[in-house]
Every structure is written in structure tokens, then in C-alpha cells.
Design a protein around this ligand. Structure first.
Ligand code: GRF
Length: 246
């Protein structure tokens, strides 16, 4: 403890070295609009870390171009060149680990992951899914929600476990389904919410606020409900400058 009035010439001249930025690897297969949201957040110093590599299993994924445009290492690892899921996932683990990530972010990575892969990164791998999980796991979530006539839909950020789209949820954003909603309009609203909450969840993880423990997800040390934290339709609509009437 320093005494009152204590001054150190050494400390006065001390320039703190930046601590190593937290490292993020993003996996994609396609357009990469969620990747773009993460890149934009990083550009505004709002990600809490650095995207050090983007890896795609699809050579033509537009997200690779987004990565290059942002000066991020863009890696193509085509799954078709491997004879089995296990062989591919083994190669993917190697490429990911070369980048020494603190967090692996799945952003439209359209691959079923082997148990070995999931176990390797358990507790430090997030995914975003276009539904309010546990509702509508799998594909075509917007069409299914509309067919069921639900009044509320949305998206979820969750930790990845061996159960496809079944890992513990950290953060959701809701959409009130309008009377004249179409699949396209619903998809667009959900996407906008994905871009809103994914960078927030990543930042919380990198700051150590969001964690996966034995009892599930905790936020600032407090256990979350199975739905995680929820951004309401009204709050999301306001953030996005949407017309709030459902
Ligand atoms: C998003 O809808 C996400 O929820 C799902 O895949 C889609 C990826 O979109 N996991 P993009 O490539 O980020 O535009």
C-alpha cells in the first residue's frame, strides 16, 4: 500500500503494456453476416478481443471475403477432401489450435460436430441459432414457427455441447410475429437480432462474465435460467429502430 502523498518516479514513467487481447476464431460456411457483425464490433472496440482467424469448410463462402477485407486470416478447410467426419474434425482441431483461441465462435458453420471436437472446446465454443431454443432445433426454423402460428420467435446464443442445437442457452432476443408476417420478413428480423446479440455474448464471454459451469451457464457468477438472458421484442426493436408494433 502506498502512503498518502507517495509518488514514484518509476511509476510516473511507467507505460502499461496492453495485456494480450483475447483471441477468437470464427467458423463459417456461408454468407457470414454474423461474422460481419463481430468484425464491426471489433472495429468499434466493442468485442473485447480480436478475431484472429476465420475458417470455412466451403471454399466459396462469402464470409471469407469479409475476413480478408478486414485483414483477418481467412482459412479454407474443405470437408470434401477428408474421408470421414472424424478425419475432418481432427484436421479442424489442429488448424484452430494453431491460432490459440480463447473462444471459438460458430457463425453459420453448417457441420455436425463430432463428440471429440465438441469435448475439445467445451465451455469455450458458442453458436447462434435462429429460434428461441429449445423451440425449433435444426433447420427451417422460421417456416416451422410460422406454420405453428406462434406469436413469438427469435434467436439464441448457446454454448455448444454434443446435442445439436441443445447446449445451454446464454442469451436470446425475441421477435413478436406480426399478423402479416412472411418467412422472409421474419428471417430478416431474426437476423437483425442475431447481429445485435452475438457480439454482446462474445464480449461477455471474453470478459469472463459468461461461463459454462457444471450447473449450466452463469452470468457474473449467477446461474441463468434455461432460457438464458432474454432481450425483449420491444428492447430489440428499439435498438434496431424498427417499427415496434408487431
Ligand atoms: C444464421 O441464421 C444463424 O442463426 C445460423 O446460420 C445463419 C448464418 O447466417 N446458425 P450468416 O452466415 O451469419 O449470414
Amino acid at each position: 500500500m502506498s502512503e498518502p502523498g507517495y509518488q514514484s518516479d518509476t511509476l510516473k514513467e511507467f507505460t502499461p503494456e496492453p495485456t494480450d487481447a483475447r483471441r477468437v476464431v470464427v467458423l463459417i460456411s456461408g454468407n457470414g453476416s454474423n461474422l460481419q457483425a463481430l468484425i464491426d464490433a471489433q472495429a468499434h472496440d466493442e468485442l473485447g478481443g480480436e478475431i484472429v482467424a476465420v475458417i470455412s469448410n466451403e471454399p466459396d463462402a462469402y464470409g471469407l471475403q469479409r475476413a480478408r477485407d478486414a485483414g483477418i486470416d481467412a482459412v479454407v478447410l474443405p470437408h470434401r477432401e477428408y474421408e470421414s467426419r472424424d478425419a475432418y474434425d481432427g484436421a479442424l482441431i489442429k488448424v484452430i489450435e494453431r491460432h490459440e483461441p480463447d473462444l471459438i465462435v460458430l457463425a453459420g458453420f453448417m457441420r455436425i460436430l463430432s463428440p471429440r471436437f465438441v469435448q475439445r472446446f467445451l465451455g469455450r465454443m458458442l453458436n447462434i441459432h435462429p429460434s428461441l431454443l429449445p423451440a425449433y432445433q435444426g433447420l427451417n426454423t422460421h417456416a416451422k414457427a410460422l406454420a405453428d402460428g406462434v406469436t413469438e420467435h427469435g434467436c439464441s446464443v448457446h454454448f455448444v455441447t454434443e446435442e445439436l442445437d441443445g447446449g445451454p442457452v446464454a442469451l436470446q432476443a425475441a421477435v413478436a410475429v406480426a399478423d402479416d408476417e412472411t418467412e422472409a420478413s421474419l428471417k430478416q428480423k431474426v437476423h437483425a437480432r442475431e447481429h445485435l446479440i452475438y457480439p454482446i455474448a462474445v464480449k461477455w464471454f471474453l470478459e469472463g462474465r459468461l461461463q459454462l459451469g457444471a450447473e449450466g451457464v452463469t452470468f457474473d457468477g449467477q446461474p441463468l435460467s434455461p432460457q438464458g438472458l432474454r432481450m425483449s421484442h420491444a428492447d430489440a426493436a428499439e435498438e434496431l429502430d424498427e417499427d415496434q408494433a408487431p
